[in-house]
Design a protein around this ligand. Structure first.
Ligand code: SF4
Length: 413
């Protein structure tokens, strides 16, 4: 019987793989963005410091734009240039530096992991992706692969959102990109493609391509260094599949990587037919009443902030006293509840009618569409805060901005 034809979704020709590696790396060498963590990883001779530099950058870059990360990264590395320095600092200081970067548990876990490396691994980072993932809290498969390949030269692939997009387009993978089948396939592909002599550069090049050329909405295919290897691009140019066996035939046999039969190729979308994603879950709506409580301080107004619990959303961060609100609660009732809560915080009676409704602030967290109903209240006399309650303190506006507070609370102020 004739051998089965190779799947059109895979890289089955070694010569093509070699050519793709070469094209991608040449482009990267001439076009890559100069980023502080790249410079550091390329010039740092101490292996642990190199691993640490890549690790910090990778954690900060999760769900966050490069342009936002640069300043945070530089300040972080200046303050804690080594794992040992990070392990010795307080969580409060980590939260203060992280304030505004979002997904706050990342900073906390980075510090926990640094402590673990210092106390349990003699201060030495694991060098292999498998060990990094297994031993370091907060280090998943992607981050482990990035550290091992970029800092330690292990020939292991990485798959992040950019790589998903590029690979799905290169090989016309149109099944749900978040499904386990496609995810496994993409990891296998990334591991097979990665350049054996320059794995770190290759992985960064693939991600860089996704971030700057093969972007989600309007990819710059004409300028793309790997367009001759891209099946989505070929298909767009020809207006029909070119491959033998072609990608559409593949779907007839229930191919797990083809677009679902109900959603065939849409020529108006071109290469952006790929990747396909299952519809995202809408964020849950939540409401909270929050009060900017103000008193006259020596150098100007001061505000009361309280610390959130040490686990859950925005763990350990500071905020204006806030109270979750049930859906459909009347304004009068929410005012009363907030006044009661404030009374507990300050230990002094607070009249509900004294609370002035200022407006609403909306902030979208990854999975919560949060509305803060903002009140303000100025206190004439001093109040003594009850130490039995969660930690709380009075801060000036300047201190507030330097504290570990979320972006949402800065909007409230
Ligand atoms: Fe992406 Fe276009 Fe390049 Fe294909 S040719 S990898 S779709 S930018």
């Amino acid at each position: 019987a004739p051998a089965p034809a190779p799947s059109p979704h895979l890289f089955s020709d070694p010569a093509e793989v070699e050519a793709l590696r070469g094209d991608l790396l040449s482009w990267y060498d001439s076009c890559k963005r100069e980023l502080p963590w790249r410079t550091l990883a390329a010039t740092e001779l101490d292996a642990d410091r190199r691993g640490y530099a890549v690790w910090v950058s990778e954690i900060m870059l999760q769900q966050t734009q490069v342009a936002t990360v640069i300043d945070y990264y530089n300040r972080w590395m200046q303050k804690w240039p080594t794992l040992q320095a990070l392990a010795q600092t307080s969580l409060e200081e980590v939260n203060e530096l992280w304030a505004g970067l979002g997904y706050y548990s990342r900073g906390k876990r980075l510090q926990e992991a640094a402590k673990k490396v210092v106390s349990e691994l003699s201060g030495h980072m694991p060098r292999r992706a498998e060990a990094l993932q297994k031993l370091l809290p907060g280090v998943g498969r992607y981050t482990a692969g990035a550290i091992a390949s970029i800092a330690y030269g292990q020939a292991t692939g990485v798959v992040d959102g950019n790589v998903v997009r590029v690979l799905c387009r290169l090989r016309c993978i149109g099944a749900d990109a978040g499904s386990p089948t496609v995810t496994d396939q993409l990891w296998d592909m990334a591991n097979a493609l990665v350049d054996r002599s320059r794995p770190g550069d290759f992985n960064q090049a693939l991600m860089e391509l996704g971030a700057t050329v093969c972007v989600p909405k309007a990819p710059l295919c004409r300028e793309c260094p790997v367009k001759q290897h891209c099946r989505a691009h070929q298909r767009k140019l020809l207006g029909k599949p070119l491959l033998v066996p072609d990608v559409e035939d593949c779907g007839v046999g229930g191919c797990p990587l083809c677009p679902p039969a109900t959603e065939p190729w849409d020529s108006s979308l071109g290469v952006t037919n790929f990747p396909r994603k299952a519809a995202r879950k809408q964020p849950r709506a939540a409401r909270a009443a929050t009060c900017v409580l103000q008193r006259r301080g020596c150098g100007g107004p001061e505000y009361l902030i309280v610390q959130r619990p040490s686990s859950g959303l925005l763990a350990g961060l500071w905020e204006f006293p806030s109270l979750p609100l049930a859906e459909g609660l009347q304004e009068e009732k929410q005012r009363e509840m907030l006044a009661e809560q404030l009374q507990a915080w300050t230990g002094s009676p607070v009249a509900a009618r004294g609370l002035q409704l200022v407006g609403e602030v909306i902030h979208v967290f990854s999975h919560i569409h949060q509305t803060y109903v903002v009140y303000s209240l100025s206190l004439d006399e001093d109040v003594t805060l009850d130490p039995a309650l969660s930690p709380s303190r009075w801060v000036t506006e300047e201190e507030f901005r330097a504290s570990a507070v979320s972006t949402a609370m800065k909007k409230v102020l």
